[in-house]
Design a protein around this ligand. Structure first.
Ligand code: ZN
Length: 150
């Protein structure tokens, strides 16, 4: 990764941490679930509204480190209006990216999610980056028990 790219990625993460998108409680959510990463203390509540297998709206509240908050923010922007099947594929690609399974996924397929490529160099941060995604996956399966990364 070039230094320019690294700087750009850092800026995107800092921006989403400072101004998280879809950062609000959703009054008419039909599914709500809490996700917790005890390793870092990241704790979020995810709100989702699904209709005909499409994510109509998604939002979140809570607090945690910059990586976890930026990841939840980007995730919420990207999965909106996507089908559950598309979300499942995105989760798989994102997981490959942050766990360093390079070659499994072309960066251009990931769009903005590519900013988390650097996370694979910091194993302790993988849970921060994937918390929102694990929570999303669980809430879409109608899981009711809070998600924990441990
Ligand atoms: Zn964290």
């Amino acid at each position: 990764m070039t230094d320019d790219l690294r700087t750009l990625y850092q800026e995107v993460i800092l921006d989403h941490n400072k101004n998280p998108r879809n950062f609000r409680a959703m009054e008419d959510a039909d599914r709500v679930l809490e996700g917790y990463n005890p390793l870092c203390g990241d704790r979020y509540t995810l709100y989702v509204r699904v209709k005909d297998d499409v994510i109509e709206d998604v939002s979140f509240t809570g607090s945690g480190c910059a990586i976890s908050k930026a990841s939840a923010s980007l995730m919420s922007s990207i999965v909106k209006k996507k089908t559950l099947k598309e979300v499942d594929q995105l989760f798989g690609r994102f997981h490959d990216l942050v766990t360093g399974n390079k070659g499994a996924v072309a960066p251009e397929e990931l769009g903005k999610l590519a900013v988390f490529a650097g996370v694979s160099e910091f194993p302790a941060r993988v849970k921060c980056a994937s918390l929102a995604w694990h929570t999303l996956k669980a809430v879409l399966k109608n899981q009711e028990t809070p998600v924990t990364t441990e």
